[in-house]
Design a protein around this ligand. Structure first.
Ligand code: CMP
Length: 137
């Protein structure tokens, strides 16, 4: 990997998996220069969701967020590419689909701030932790 090559974690959330958007979202990444290094469809427990989202544990939406992420199958993906972390965040758009820029994943597919279709790591440090969380043996 050269200097700006990074890896980041993407999650296709239950609302998008349920609507069979896995391939559309994967193609969107591939068509925008983010390579899929690995991916798997899984369902996590509420306890695992609490661990994954523990940076948000003081937030009022924490409990609902963890219930939601564990409510159905998700697809976890390792993405790789130039500036993959910021690039993935740009492609996702704003957290709230109502505020997401036209053409972004959350603009196209998001239903609400909770059911916003995708998650992406927000920093290099969190990308490493989040990839390890789902892909370390
Ligand atoms: P995500 O990028 O997965 O990170 C945390 C999630 O919390 C976020 O997407 C939203 O789906 C969810 N969430 C629910 N309510 C809020 C809120 N008020 N502000 C930010 N995130 C929220």
């Amino acid at each position: 990997m050269n200097n700006n090559e990074e890896r980041t974690l993407s999650i296709i959330k239950p609302d998008a998996v349920e609507r069979n958007l896995e391939n559309n979202i994967k193609n969107f990444f591939s068509n925008n220069s983010l390579r899929i290094v690995d991916s798997k469809k899984i369902q996590i427990t509420k306890e695992e969701a609490e661990e994954f989202y523990k940076v948000h544990q003081s937030k009022p939406f924490y409990n609902d967020l963890c219930s939601y992420l564990s409510s159905g199958p998700i697809v976890v993906i390792i993405l790789e590419g130039q500036n993959a972390i910021s690039e993935n965040r740009r492609l996702m758009g704003a957290t709230d689909p109502k505020k997401a820029e036209k053409g972004t994943l959350r603009f196209l597919y998001g239903i609400s701030i909770d059911k916003n279709s995708v998650h992406g790591s927000d920093s290099l440090d969190n990308a490493k932790k989040e990839i390890d969380f789902f892909f370390k043996n």
